[in-house]
Design a protein. Structure first.
Length: 384
């Protein structure tokens, strides 16, 4: 789901964290929002992370790092926390970091609150920004609105303009839904015209992480999503000269080149992650923010205790529990069974089933195979 969960590979190497900065507070009321949210009307007091909790977590985390420290800030809308909050973040990071630690911050935003002051801050501290944009104005404004129904497109594009003026690195996250799933060419044409060349697409969903027993419900079919990916691929490939960066295809090419998948859905194992709610409650994945998977609280429990909780092992065992159809699939080395959250139960039936988007992945893998092999061969020759 989002542009961006953060990996940790071990307690001593690249431990990373994703934090819901302001709980689910948001200034927009997108009708497909993954979280229950507050319908675009955040209260008079934003539910941002408490300073004492922030300091406790950052100080502990920095002790565990080994050269790299990575943070992802999400929401709700994380910019509602205010610039002073993020100034405190970078101050604490610098205060507790070991010498020569490379500190990375990424932030996912709807883009409407980005001002020149924000952009200057992002540039100064090398924040990587993900901006949510669903396509040209008619598509974007149909779903990504304020509480009064007004579209947010103009404000988002103004925010992108600020990022560009101040040379802030950013990419575009697009939700694929019923309003744009059959308009891939139109959307890519828009992104190309606007010189938005770093893209990622995620399918719209209609389920809550807080209810892991409820079957996953998606707002587009597997066939629709598969065709969408094929349509995008035709433009992206460009006779072996990719026109832009698209996360799914970039990582698919990486797999053809012998590297590991960079999207958690298509990795051989779920990456170890630490997802923190605004109040410090900790979970292994933002698809499993539920008491059944709670690891503890960063305000009272150590990082070691959170990561060694039995619920973590239980979560990590789900990915390898593949249905039989996955074990014999010709594309297993590319897909690795997809996301466990999407496997079942489905249609009221118990058991382990293929990922809801299994047909999507089979379609795009088969459709792109010959050209991906061609491109991978070309890249290898260029490396020699």
């Amino acid at each position: 789901m989002s542009a961006s969960a953060v990996q940790l590979t071990s307690m001593n190497n690249n431990l990373s964290i994703m934090w819901k900065t302001v709980a689910e507070d948001c200034n927009l009321a997108c009708d497909y929002c993954y979280y229950s949210g507050c319908a675009g009307r955040p209260g008079p007091k934003i539910n941002r992370i408490d300073s004492a909790l922030l300091q406790r977590l950052i100080s502990q985390y920095m002790k565990q790092t080994n050269g790299t420290a990575t943070f992802a800030w999400q929401g709700g809308e994380p910019l509602l926390a205010g610039l002073d909050f993020f100034r405190e973040v970078v101050y604490l990071q610098a205060k507790y970091a070991k010498p020569n630690t490379a500190i990375g911050n990424s932030l996912q935003t709807n883009g409407t609150l980005i001002t020149e002051e924000w952009a200057r801050f992002f540039q100064e501290y090398c924040f990587f920004i993900g901006v949510s944009l669903d396509g040209p104005a008619p598509i974007h404004d149909a779903r990504r609105t304020y509480a009064n129904g007004t579209g947010s497109f103009k404000r988002v594009m103004a925010g992108i303009g600020q990022l560009r003026r101040h040379r802030v690195e950013f990419n575009i996250l697009t939700v694929v839904h019923a309003g744009n799933v059959d308009r891939a060419k139109e959307m890519i044409s828009f992104f190309r015209e606007e010189q938005l060349n770093y893209l990622q697409f995620i399918p719209a969903m209609d389920f809550r992480a807080q209810d892991p027993g409820k079957p996953a419900q998606f707002l587009i079919t597997a066939e629709q999503y598969g065709q969408f990916l094929c349509d995008v691929f035709d433009i992206w490939f460009n006779d072996g000269q990719p026109l832009f960066s698209e996360r799914f295809f970039d990582h698919l090419l990486q797999a053809y080149l012998g590297g590991g998948g960079g999207i958690c859905t298509h990795m051989s194992a779920c990456p170890q992650t630490l997802i923190l709610e605004q109040n410090g409650d900790a979970y292994p994945c933002d698809f499993h923010i539920h008491d059944d998977y709670k690891l503890g609280n960063a305000g009272t429990d150590s990082l070691e205790a959170l990561l060694s909780h039995p619920n973590y092992d239980r979560f990590l065992r789900m990915k390898p529990a593949l249905p039989d159809s996955c074990r014999t699939c010709e594309f297993l080395d590319l897909c690795h069974g997809g996301c466990p959250r999407n496997r079942g139960p489905q249609d009221g039936q118990a058991g382990v089933y293929p990922d809801y988007f299994c047909a999507s992945y089979k379609k795009i893998y088969a459709y792109s195979r010959a050209r991906m092999e061609q491109l991978a061969s070309k890249v290898r020759k260029e490396w020699l």
